[in-house]
Design a protein around this ligand. Structure first.
Ligand SMILES: Cc1cc2nc3c(=O)[nH]c(=O)nc-3n(C[C@H](O)[C@H](O)[C@H](O)COP(=O)(O)OP(=O)(O)OC[C@H]3O[C@@H](n4cnc5c(N)ncnc54)[C@H](O)[C@@H]3O)c2cc1C
Ligand code: FES
Length: 357
């Protein structure tokens, strides 16, 4: 199975000084593979001076827009995002995996729901896709967006959001919260913290009517919002997250186990299924399932290797693993045995793992 597909860049637009919206066309009959669900992301790979980097970018288009579009904000000193903002041109070819991710809820035209979205900076990209698709496909539902940015000049998709407000009058409300630009209403200036959310729920947002909340932005902001939502009565199943990067420290480096310890207590017999084929091999217990699969020439999917994106998700069918970080999987997935293979170390002498489920 081809994991990466060629995509041609058909358009590039600056949405603000430091961010581009890139339109992509799948090549070689791969269009159906890129039929996405609102809120999903694409994982790209690109060679930088002989080193392959993989980065994920959320689709910002709605399902009914008829285009595949992503928004890339330049991160200071960032390799991929700087290249995309400065060097990428119309006509260039990129390579990406088909859409992935579970940052969405099922839509139904009979629903009359109230959705609440929180986006910080480039965190708007998946939220915009969700807003556009939901308002188009659920004519009785409404959406409130709280959008946090440094200042007016850094608001991605500002005009598009204004157009949506006009198109869906009465069903789409936006509250811009700006960190440094003063606004008429004091509450709309500063950072989106737990306290600010509590005040918004008191004066501006009817939190009791909210069915689902979507949050995407910097990690501390997301944690504050989630806490405020829980205190306001939402349960975890009503709160959906998408994290772009985690500031939490990664796992500590683990001691390397000598190869000749093959039969020792530090080894596990692993059976790993990928693309319908199963490989069995011995692996050290201090190597992740993902790295063991890659070392054994299996083309296992991955992107961040930091427990953030979920590209490397697999299911443990037998045995136990320890997942040392998880910023991506929801509780119900973990209960079903899904793990992030880039963060999972075998605990038992035998593990059976499936990447295809
Ligand atoms: C599921 C998922 C979806 C994503 N969707 C989008 C999207 O739609 N638009 C978008 O612009 N980005 C998105 N990202 C983030 C993106 O994948 C990259 O992490 C980001 O562009 C930085 O990559 P880089 O190669 O430019 O920087 P790197 O060279 O990897 O990093 C340079 C420096 O920036 C820091 N850094 C890395 N990522 C961020 C970040 N997001 N914010 C602030 N500092 C950071 C690093 O710690 C490092 O110090 C998404 C990430 C995930 C996991
Ligand atoms: S590769 Fe991103 S969570 Fe494992």
């Amino acid at each position: 199975m081809a994991r990466f597909h060629d995509l041609t860049v058909t358009d590039i637009k600056k949405t603000i000084r430091d961010a581009v919206v890139v339109t992509l066309r799948p090549e070689n009959g791969a269009a159906a593979d890129f039929d996405f669900t609102q809120g999903q992301y694409l994982t790209f790979r690109h060679d930088f001076d002989g080193e392959e980097l993989r980065r994920s970018y959320s689709i910002c288009a709605g399902k009914d827009d008829g285009v595949l579009q992503i928004g890339i904000k330049r991160v200071e000193g960032g390799a991929f995002s700087t290249w995309a903002n400065e060097d990428l041109k119309i006509g260039d070819r990129l390579q990406a995996m088909p859409p992935m991710g579970g940052f969405f809820t099922e839509l139904n035209s009979d629903n009359a729901n109230h959705y609440l979205g929180f986006a910080g900076g480039s965190g708007i990209t998946p939220v915009l896709s969700i807003i556009k698709t939901t308002l188009a496909r659920e004519p009785k539902s409404s959406f409130t967006l709280v959008y946090a940015n440094k200042g007016v000049n850094t608001i991605m998709f500002r005009e598009e959001i204004e157009d949506l407000k006009n198109l869906y009058l009465g069903r789409f409300n936006v509250i811009h919260v700006l960190e440094s630009d003063a606004q008429e209403i004091d509450l709309f200036t500063g950072l989106v913290t737990e306290e600010k959310c509590a005040q918004l729920f008191e004066h501006w947002i009817d939190i009791d009517s909210v069915d689902t909340a979507f949050i995407c932005g910097p990690e501390p902001m997301m944690l504050g919002i989630a806490s405020a939502l829980r205190k306001a009565g939402l349960d975890d199943s009503q709160i959906k997250f998408e994290l772009f990067a985690s500031a939490q420290p990664g796992r500590l480096a683990r001691k390397v186990v000598a190869k000749d310890a093959a039969k020792s207590a530090n080894m596990t017999s692993a059976a790993i299924t990928l693309d319908g084929a199963t490989q069995t091999f011995d692996m050290p217990k201090d190597v992740t399932i993902l790295d063991a699969a890659l070392e054994n020439a299996m083309d296992a999917p991955y992107a961040c290797k930091a427990g953030v994106c979920s590209t490397c998700r697999c299911r443990v069918l037998e045995g136990e693993v320890e997942m040392v970080a998880n910023h991506a999987l929801e509780d119900y997935e973990v209960e079903k045995g899904y793990v992030l293979s880039c963060q999972s170390f075998p605990l038992t002498d035998r593990v059976i793992v499936d990447f295809d489920q």
